[in-house]
Write a protein that binds this ligand. Structure first.
Ligand code: UDX
Ligand code: UDX
Ligand code: ADP
Length: 469
């Protein structure tokens, strides 16, 4: 089967970049990305390509090349569904905030809405692809809706989980470690659908890196990959606390451990805690699935990764309070960074949100600088927690456009995101303009203890023994 028209439902962090790269690499295929959020679609269509709603290094260039040629952004969801032979579902699947499975299971209401819309609109056969991370066996639910409410057309459901990391999305899409496609490979029609998607990726990905399997293995592989990655971060973070108490340096430990080729050196950077839209959600999902099968030991094992991560965020915040003579009430604390990692404007589940929430409960006054995050996003993140009134959040936290405003007359400065530009700041100036003693809390392990000491800072660096503790 030759694919001429692709539709992607959801113009977010996954759908946007993925479709931009597919369009750039497959000029003969028309790719239409649709979203119910008209503002977001308008931003993707902004004349100035630098204004697209998602910041990813290299993305605006790809969009610029393909947009209007064979890449389109539209709010007319029905039309795009009708015209496509292949439909990617790339809508958000947050953790349920209500009812059964609250706080654990993935909320599939957006996915279900998509399925019902596809079933209503379609008048020709479709290949429907799950792109969002979903709990194992979601494909079955999709199939049920499509086949029982549709217009009698045939559907093939594939799972094609996305492994891109934010901040390196374009790089990851252009040169992926592997592409995983799950389908109904025991039937002829299923095999054909898988082959059609393989052929799309084969435009630029070497065949040996395109893996095909059954739908359930594909779905579970995605959850497993994210769980393993998050577990590495929690493992090194657990060691960071032990290092601080014993005088070992977590960077040295990570280096020595990582040189064992069986372990590998990536993803061993200790931090104030992992964030992002995937890790926590996917592990909670895994825990929920395990529990639903009565596998309590399996569930507890993975839940510990989250418990460790929550602990890491809390102890970083508690450390600030303890060090500042047990009170931060009315004190200005400067935050460098709000995004969940560098090179992205995404703040979902960012450790900064939870550290801020803790300090605001202690009546601190917080001033934030992040090169890509705006004040309205910071307010929205805090409002979402529902810890205090919206008014109080706006009184106690401010965002600024100049990093030196963060440190000016601050009692403490905390690094929450590892933006490269933070390494270049004039530390002497920061020190001079802060109140004394000038406390510096490095939640990203980007500073060196000795050079801060020489300037005069009292410094805490995660995973390093220091005299502040
Ligand atoms: C281990 C460490 O590998 C070595 O670096 C250290 O110096 C001593 O401890 P060893 O116990 O000899 O070495 O064997 P190893 O190959 O690590 O296996 C340990 C156990 O894990 C075995 O029972 C092995 O069967 C099991 N294992 C290992 C698995 O079940 N799955 C694996 O993927 C790897
Ligand atoms: C992750 C997976 O990497 C990706 O494959 C999947 O498709 C989506 O989820 P992402 O959340 O974009 O990607 O970013 P990632 O680079 O994995 O970082 C996640 C969090 O872990 C960040 O908060 C990051 O700062 C933190 N982290 C990562 C560490 O604290 N230490 C590390 O060594 C690596
Ligand atoms: P991800 O990181 O998974 O890409 P995002 O939240 O960035 O998640 O993007 C998901 C997008 O999907 C949002 O822009 C949202 O408006 C869109 N969306 C959700 N439900 C629907 C739907 N039924 N039809 C069209 N778009 C939808």
């Amino acid at each position: 089967m030759k694919i001429k028209n692709i539709c992607c439902i959801g113009a977010g962090y996954v759908g946007g970049p993925t479709m931009a790269v597919i369009a750039q690499k497959c000029p003969e295929i028309n790719v239409t990305v649709v979203d119910i959020n008209e503002k977001r679609i308008a931003a993707w269509n902004d004349k100035d390509v630098e204004n697209i709603p998602i910041y990813e290094p290299g993305l605006s260039k790809v969009v610029d090349e393909a947009r209007g040629r064979n890449l389109f952004f539209s709010a007319d969801v029905d039309k795009a569904i009708d015209q496509a032979e292949m439909i990617f579902i790339s809508v958000n699947t947050p953790t349920k905030a209500y009812g059964m499975g609250k706080g654990m299971a993935a909320d599939l209401k957006f996915i279900e809405l998509c399925a019902r819309q596809i079933a209503r609109v379609s008048t020709s056969d479709k290949i429907v692809i799950e792109k969002s991370t979903l709990p194992v066996r979601t494909a079955e639910a999709l199939k049920n809706i499509l086949e029982n409410t549709g217009n009698g057309v045939n559907y093939q459901i594939l799972s094609n989980p996305e492994f891109l990391a934010e901040g390196t999305a374009v790089e990851d899409l252009m040169d992926p470690d592997r592409v995983l496609i799950g389908g109904d490979i025991d039937t002829e029609k299923g095999k054909e659908a898988v082959e059609a998607l393989v052929n799309v990726y084969a435009h630029w990905v070497p065949k040996e890196r395109i893996l095909t399997t059954n739908v359930w293995s594909s779905e579970l592989s995605k959850l497993t990959a994210n769980a393993f990655l998050a577990q590495r971060v929690s493992s090194i973070n657990a060691m960071s606390e032990l290092c601080e108490k014993t005088g070992a340096d977590v960077n040295e430990v990570a280096k020595a451990v990582g040189m064992d080729s069986r372990i590998g050196s990536k993803f061993l950077k200790s931090s104030v805690g992992f964030g992002g839209s995937c890790f926590q959600k996917d592990i909670l999902n895994l825990v929920y699935i395990a529990k639903s099968f009565g596998l309590n030991e399996v569930a507890d094992y993975w839940e510990q990764v989250i418990i460790m991560n929550d602990h890491q965020k809390r102890r970083f915040a508690a450390n600030i309070v303890r060090t500042l003579f047990n009170t931060v009430a009315g004190k200005k604390i400067g935050f460098l960074g709000w995004a969940f990692k560098k090179d992205t404007n995404d703040t979902r589940e960012s450790a900064a949100i939870y550290v801020a929430d803790y300090l605001l409960n202690e009546q601190a006054e917080i001033v934030v600088y992040d090169p890509k995050v705006k004040e309205e996003q910071i307010n929205a993140d805090l409002d979402y927690l529902n810890t205090r009134s919206e008014k109080e959040n706006r009184q106690r936290i401010k965002a600024v456009n100049d990093p030196y405003q963060v440190s000016k007359e601050a009692h403490a400065v905390a690094i929450l995101t590892e933006w490269d530009e933070f390494k270049e700041l004039d530390r002497k100036r920061i020190y001079d303009e802060m109140l004394k003693p000038a406390f510096l809390f490095d939640g990203r392990n980007i500073l060196h203890q000795s050079s801060q000491k020489a300037i005069g800072f009292k410094t805490y660096i995660i995973g390093e023994n220091c005299d502040l503790l």
